[in-house]
Write a protein that binds this ligand. Structure first.
Ligand SMILES: Cc1cc2nc3c(=O)[nH]c(=O)nc-3n(C[C@H](O)[C@H](O)[C@H](O)COP(=O)(O)OP(=O)(O)OC[C@H]3O[C@@H](n4cnc5c(N)ncnc54)[C@H](O)[C@@H]3O)c2cc1C
Length: 270
């Protein structure tokens, strides 16, 4: 199948992107790396009348240290995240995304806007309490990553808004664990543990419509519980659904094991 016909626009700046999207009246789509949008268009599950190619917008491709965080431009490719030394958790997460070709084209802004429940970067964004900068007709607004993801592949972005950058705080300690059938496949379960101050956060991907904090597991840890205790709590608080890739008990077991591994990698007593 081929894409339905569309107009192609390649703006030179963020203001022009927003104006073009507004003029498209909800029928325009940003094209970043194209790794998610183009297949969906080819299957005609998306039929934007205007494609707004942001790849030539300057100043959105860098990864820079910003105080106790790293600011990632919306157009920073997954491969760049994987290679940068300043945020090792981001580098580890990016290394699990698809294959080399996908990491070479796919972008941070695209991954967050696409909001796949199994994608790695949204989980890291929630786990680190990242701040997302969004340009729209009224200027730039900032929102917590947790406020961005509203459900299965849905976000709180308006049709005429564009993510411009994401500020990922650096945790003092962290652990990452993922289960996928094959390396490069979308994750069945991702667990990310982050330490900020004396708080240990446990965040899961792939077990719900959007990345979720495992609050019961966090309470176990705050009370001095072990990695195994917290892993059990996490597996009991999630409500996964069965699909082709696994039953509910399988997903609970995988979630427990990924949380245990991520905690042990963080340095929590087993
Ligand atoms: C075979 C294959 C395997 C993959 N495996 C994985 C995987 O294991 N893990 C994973 O996380 N991802 C995976 N992906 C997806 C990949 O990470 C994509 O790069 C990512 O989901 C979307 O980024 P993109 O830049 O390609 O966005 P695009 O495809 O260009 O756009 C995706 C959506 O986001 C919107 N958008 C893009 N940029 C912005 C912006 N700055 N502001 C607002 N909206 C925007 C677009 O309009 C569109 O709706 C895989 C893709 C393929 C094809």
């Amino acid at each position: 199948m081929k894409c339905a016909p569309f107009d192609y626009v390649r703006p030179a700046g963020v203001g022009e992107v927003v104006t073009t999207l507004r003029q498209a009246g909800g029928d325009g789509k940003i094209l970043a790396g194209g790794q998610s949008l183009v297949p969906v268009m080819a299957m005609r599950m998306a039929r934007p009348s205007v494609l707004v190619d942001v790849n030539r917008v300057p100043g959105l491709s860098s990864v820079e240290t910003d105080g106790d965080a790293v600011r990632v431009g919306a157009l920073a490719r997954h491969a760049l995240l994987q290679a940068q030394p300043d945020h090792p958790l981001l580098a580890e997460a990016a290394s699990w995304i698809g294959h080399t070709a996908i990491r070479t084209r796919g972008t941070t802004g695209g991954s967050l806007a696409h909001a796949d429940p199994s994608a790695e970067l949204p989980v890291v964004a929630v786990a680190t309490g990242a701040t997302v900068s969004v340009a729209g007709p009224d200027g730039v607004r900032e929102l917590d990553a947790a406020e961005l993801f509203t459900g299965m592949m849905t976000t709180s972005l308006a049709d005429d808004e564009m993510i411009t950058s994401v500020r990922f705080p650096r945790p003092s300690r962290w652990g990452f664990a993922e289960f996928a059938r094959r390396h490069g496949d979308f994750a069945l379960v991702t667990a990310v543990v982050t330490e900020f101050g004396d708080e240990l956060r446990v965040t899961l991907g792939g077990v719900s419509a959007a990345p979720m904090r495992a609050h019961a597991a966090e309470e176990v840890l705050a009370g001095g519980g072990s990695a195994r205790d917290a892993a059990r709590a996490a597996s009991e608080e999630i409500e996964p659904t069965a699909d082709l890739h696994g039953s509910v008990p399988f997903r609970r077991a995988m979630a427990a094991e990924m949380v245990r591994r991520a905690l042990v990698r963080t340095g929590v007593e087993e």
